[in-house]
Each structure stands twice: as C-alpha cells, then as structure tokens.
Design a protein around this ligand. Structure first.
Ligand code: IPD
Length: 264
C-alpha cells in the first residue's frame, strides 16, 4: 500500500471509531480506571474504541504492528506499526466537552518515535465533523482542503499547551509557560494534544508546546504539522524525563525551544 492508501484506510477507520466514541458519549460515560495518577482516567469507551480499531487492522492489515494508548504494543512482521490514541482528550470526553479526537498514525521502521518515519496520520474530531489527514510527501488536508501552517502576526503567537496528569509537574510546566508568554498573543489549553497539533497544521494556532507527551499523542499530529509546512521537534536534553514537544513554523519552534528550555 502507498502512504496515500494507508492514509485513506486510517481515515475510514477513524470515522468508524469516532462514531462509536460519539455514540457511547451520548449514552453516558463510565470511568473504567485511573492510570498513572488519579487524574489520568480511562473510560470504557477508550477501551472499546481501541478494540474496534485493532479488530479492523487485524482484518485489513494482518502482520502490521500496533501501539495503542490502552492496550500497548504488539510487534509486527511488515515493518509498519499503527500508533493509536482511541480518544485523545479523555478528560474532555468524560466531562462532556466536545474537544476530543481519534488519532491514528502509520509509521515505518522502529516503533520508537526517535527511530520511526511517519507515513500517514489522521486526527478525527467526531463532534465537529472534522478529519485532518496527511500522507508523507502528499501534504495535509482538512476534509479534503489543503492545509498550511500560519506565521505569528505582529501581536505575537497564538499558542497552545497542555499539562501532564501528575500534580508534581505542574509548577515546572507553569514556569515554562511564564518564559514563553512574552512572545504569545494568547495561550490555549484545549485538552487534546492531537487536536492542538491538527490546529497548528491548519493555521488556527501558530504554535504548540508541551512536556511529557506519549507517542500516540503526537504520532499523527506531528506529520500533519510537517506536511502543512511546519516543524515538529522533541529536543533531547540531559536528564530530562518529560521531553518537550514543539510545533509551529521553523522560526517559532526555534524561539519556543530557547525559551521553554531556558531554565530546565
Ligand atoms: C492527553 C491530552 C492532553 C495532554 C496530555 C495527554 P489523553 O491525552 O492530549 O491534552 O495535555 O498530555 O496525555 O490522556 O486524553 O489521551
């Protein structure tokens, strides 16, 4: 399959998965468990949506690997891995806030983000009826319309960020926000990293920064940003556990990197 064909399959699966998430939301949400911290929840729907995606892939792409937020990894034999967040923005979802998305990426090579090459990515926002998609070297699209990132205007950059689920990391994240704010026109905390990245690709946001993302949070969104002409970077710095993710134009990412990492 070409990258464009993989993207089209991912779009089809993401639509079905998003519809299931939306149906379950309408029926009422039950929290299944807390994960890393009390704030880090998983709903029954997260599990059911991931199972749907996995079942479709088992049928249509037997032999591919899988890395999902809820069920972890399974090595494949084809060199291709599907990296899936069934519901990115679970807290929004559980709280009845419509900003959540199904994120599906197809990567080649390693199943580690430092070693993979992303071939295709889809972020499907079922409530808003928006499908952001990209295939390697084929550009990024929203419902079929070609996307292009934005450059910050004279008032500064419209930025988004996020905070991890561990309360012990909040002070450090807020200090980082303080260092970045001088170049910001304003700051959003939408609650879905995949959607934030899709919005950077669409030029709705100028840039994005967050520490501690997991691979499934950014696998699809990072390709969207790159295929829309932007940069996505996860700088390594000695001793840092929660790596920083940055997205935007190359210039903005350079500036964000300097400021965000200025003191740790
Ligand atoms: C979370 C969301 C949130 C981000 C967190 C992620 P989840 O993903 O993307 O915006 O700030 O870092 O873990 O748990 O809702 O799939």
């Amino acid at each position: 399959m070409t990258a464009a064909e993989l993207r089209d399959l991912a779009i089809d699966i993401a639509h079905e998965a998003g519809a299931l998430a939306q149906r379950r939301r309408a029926e009422g949400v039950s929290i299944a468990a807390s994960k890393s911290t009390l704030a880090d929840i998983v709903t029954e729907a997260d599990r059911e949506v991931e199972a749907l995606i996995r079942t479709r892939l088992d049928a249509e792409r037997p032999g591919d690997g899988f890395l999902g937020e809820e069920t972890g990894g399974g090595e494949g034999s084809t060199g291709i891995t599907w990296v899936v967040d069934p519901i990115d923005g679970t807290v929004n979802y559980a709280s009845g806030i419509p900003l959540y998305a199904v994120s599906i990426a197809v990567v080649e090579g390693s199943s580690d983000p430092d070693g993979w090459t992303a071939l295709a990515g889809v972020v499907r926002s079922p409530v808003l009826g928006e499908t952001f998609s990209a295939a390697r070297n084929e550009g990024a699209h929203l419902n079929g319309e070609r996307l292009r990132i934005a450059e910050p205007g004279p008032a500064g950059a419209l930025l988004a960020t996020g905070f991890g689920y561990d309360p012990r990391t909040h002070a450090g994240d807020l200090a980082m926000v303080g260092r970045v704010m001088p170049i910001a026109r304003d700051l959003r905390r939408g609650g879905s990293a995949a959607t934030d990245l899709a919005y950077v690709a669409a030029g709705r946001l100028d840039g994005y920064f967050e520490r501690g993302l997991s691979p499934w949070d950014f696998a699809a969104g990072s390709l969207l940003v790159q295929e829309a002409g932007g940069a996505f970077l996860r700088p390594e710095s000695a001793g840092v556990v929660r790596r920083l993710s940055l997205a935007g134009s190359a210039d903005l990412v350079g500036e964000l990197r300097k400021r965000a990492l200025a003191e740790g």
